[in-house]
Structures are given as structure tokens and as C-alpha cells.
Design a protein around this ligand. Structure first.
Ligand code: NDP
Length: 334
């Protein structure tokens, strides 16, 4: 009998989640039925969107079911298989989430190539949905143009570190980022291709943005919402464009949502703000994979991960992600 350690949501958090909202269980797995796969996970993903799924509200992904294991991206190796096309040792991606061993019908798993010198965790970040989100948001949703001054919030996170570098490679004129610590701000200019950066904790975003982008901005990649979005609306040049990717400043708030008070700038400056969820844009995956694979191989894009050890640390990793303890992609090493 194989045992699987799994993390389940048992209560819907109000505001910040706590450990009491989760439990760790041991599940005895049955023998494999025909056409099934057992996978020993190597990395599981913790992502901001999971906070939304902990609420009992209709969204683009259904809410988590209380008492069930937290689902989400994970990557591991096949340990046993009764399914055609899955050999022991194959690397597979799946969405079964926070567990050390995942088992089920082969349709839930996808074999991916093992790339020399690239950790498997990259499939949860730069080579996966995170990288695709940066690529599609910047190029397709906001429509980056050569010479644009680009502003990115959440710039030192998984999506943000990719956005800055892609903007640089695709001809942005100036790339400005905001993040939450001096260490992250330094990395933005030293490592991730940003021309200027500031900490949003050092003063009003609008004031700091005015210094970092004295000629205004043309494109805003919004990971944060709230004050950042208002500041971007104030800094836009005519015909500015924004990709609304996330609003993490609001995810754990219990009071009224904070939104921009200067929406009328959209009219007077002919702005375009467009939200997106990456699941609706998967047709760009082949082009993204080709471009990102080449950039990584050529060393033109770098990526970092913050790795937390142990499946039982998944809740801590998630909370740390929401508090900003990560640089680049936050993953749990099982
Ligand atoms: P990150 O790696 O960026 O991690 C989250 C970061 O958010 C933290 O590191 C923290 O960095 C920052 N943060 C937390 N609270 C605040 C706050 N109050 N104000 C400003 N920054 C804050 O996560 P991802 O790259 O995975 O996701 C980034 C954004 O993109 C999220 O909003 C997420 O929901 C969204 N997203 C959207 C997708 C889509 O399909 N639309 C797909 C994937 C992600 P710091 O230290 O700088 O505060």
C-alpha cells in the first residue's frame, strides 16, 4: 500500500488564511486500475489565484471544496503505471496539487520533456503558466510597441520578473518596476532588465512613479491593483494600454475594495484597460514555448525560484507568497 500526504482546505478564510483553515491527512492509495498512473511529486506550486478559490464565490475557477485536497500545478515522476504512454521515470505535469503522491487516470497527467540544466520546477513557473501569463499579457493583451515606457507592479515576483525581461527583449524604451523590499528593487535593475525601480512601501506610488518615469508611461502590467492602478492611470500618456493581470493588494482585504478614483483619465487620454485570465489564451502556448525556450538557452532570460521544503510546508509557502517572502516563483520541493 502506498500512502500519500495531502493538504486539505477545511474552512473558508476571512481575510488572511491561517493554519486552522487547513489540515494534513494521510491517504492510503489503492492498487492502480488499468489506465492509471502513480506520480511521486517533486515540486508543487503555490499561487495567488488559490486565495480566490478559497472563497465561496463564483469566479473564473470554481471554489475549492471544503474537506478536499488543494488542487493546483505540480510536477513529478511516474512511479507506477498501467497506462499506455507513461513509463516509470517519465516527468509529468498535473493539476492534483498539494500532495506528495498523486494517482489517477492517465488523462490527468501530461508527459513533458526533461530539459538539460533546467529544474523540473521551471514547468510551474517560467516555462509554464507563469511565463505564458507574462508573455500573453504584455504582447497580446497590452500590445507592447517598440519604444514604450512600461510599468510593472509585483515586478520581482514570478510573473513580474518575466514581464520586465520580455519587455526589454521586445523593444520597450524604458522599463520601470515596483516591489516591496530594497533587495527586490536592487534585483530589478541588476538582474531582471529594469531601467528604474522603487519600493511601494517607501512612499506614494504615484510620486515614485513620476520620478522613475518622468515622461509618463505607455503600458502598465498590473499584478497588484488598488493604489498601483490609480497611479498608473495618473501616469499614462495618451493611448496608454494596461493588461490587468491580478490585484494581489486586494486578495486578503475584508473592507471595501480599493479601486482607482481617476477612471475618467481613460476618456481624456484614450486609454485601454483589458483584464485577462491565462486559461482563455492557451493558443499562444506553442509560440511562447518556442520563444521562451530560445531565450533561456541563450541566457537572455533568467529566472529565480524561492523553494520551500516539504509538502507539509505548503500552507507556510502559500502564506509567505502572499506576504512577499518570494523572489521569482514560489514552489514547494516535496
Ligand atoms: P508573485 O510571485 O508575484 O507573488 C506575489 C507577490 O505579490 C509577492 O511576492 C509580493 O511581493 C506581492 N504583494 C503581496 N501583497 C502586495 C501588496 N499589498 N501590494 C503590492 N504587492 C504585493 O505571484 P505571481 O507572479 O504568481 O502572480 C502575480 C500576479 O499575477 C497576482 O496578482 C496573480 O493573481 C496574477 N496572476 C494572474 C494570472 C492571470 O491569468 N490573469 C495568472 C497568474 C498570476 P512584494 O514583496 O513586492 O510585495
Amino acid at each position: 500500500m502506498t500512502s500519500s500526504t495531502q493538504i486539505q482546505l477545511v474552512a473558508r478564510p476571512t481575510g488572511w488564511p491561517t493554519h486552522d483553515d487547513f489540515r494534513t491527512v494521510q491517504v492510503e492509495l489503492p492498487e492502480l486500475a488499468p489506465g492509471q498512473v502513480r506520480v511521486r511529486n517533486e515540486f508543487v506550486s503555490v499561487d495567488p489565484y488559490m486565495r480566490g478559490r478559497m472563497n465561496d464565490v463564483k469566479s473564473y475557477t470554481p471554489p475549492y471544496v471544503l474537506g478536499e485536497t488543494m488542487t493546483g500545478g505540480a510536477v513529478g515522476r511516474v512511479e507506477a503505471s498501467t497506462a499506455e504512454g507513461f513509463a516509470v521515470g517519465d516527468v509529468v505535469l498535473h493539476q492534483l496539487g498539494w500532495r506528495d503522491v498523486a494517482q489517477g487516470d492517465a488523462g490527468a497527467f501530461r508527459v513533458v520533456p526533461e530539459l538539460p540544466g533546467v529544474p523540473l520546477s521551471a514547468y510551474l513557473g517560467i516555462l509554464g503558466m507563469t511565463g505564458l501569463t507574462a508573455y500573453v499579457g504584455l504582447l497580446e493583451i497590452a500590445g507592447l510597441r517598440e519604444g514604450d515606457t512600461v510599468f510593472v507592479s509585483g515586478a520581482a515576483g514570478a510573473v513580474g520578473t518575466a514581464v520586465g525581461q520580455i519587455a526589454r527583449l521586445k523593444g520597450a524604451g524604458r522599463v520601470v518596476g515596483s516591489a516591496g523590499t530594497p533587495e527586490k528593487v536592487a534585483l530589478l535593475t541588476e538582474r531582471y532588465g529594469y531601467d528604474a525601480a522603487f519600493s511601494y512601501k517607501d512612499g506614494p506610488v504615484a510620486d515614485q512613479l513620476a520620478v522613475a518615469a518622468p515622461d509618463g508611461i505607455d503600458l502598465y502590467f498590473d499584478n497588484v491593483g488598488g493604489e498601483h492602478l490609480e497611479a498608473a492611470l495618473g501616469a499614462f500618456n495618451d493611448f496608454g494600454r494596461a493588461a490587468l493581470c491580478g490585484a494581489i493588494s486586494q486578495y486578503n482585504e475584508t473592507g471595501p475594495a480599493v479601486g482607482p478614483r481617476n477612471m475618467s483619465n481613460m476618456v481624456t487620454r484614450s486609454l485601454m484597460l483589458k483584464g485577462f485570465t491565462i486559461g482563455n489564451h492557451l493558443e499562444h502556448f506553442p509560440a511562447f514555448s518556442r520563444d521562451m525556450g530560445a531565450w533561456l538557452q541563450a541566457g537572455e532570460v533568467v529566472f529565480d525560484e524561492t523553494v520551500v521544503d516539504g509538502i507539509e510546508s505548503s500552507v507556510d509557502a502559500f502564506l509567505d507568497l502572499m506576504r512577499g517572502a518570494n523572489t521569482g516563483k514560489m514552489v514547494v520541493r516535496v
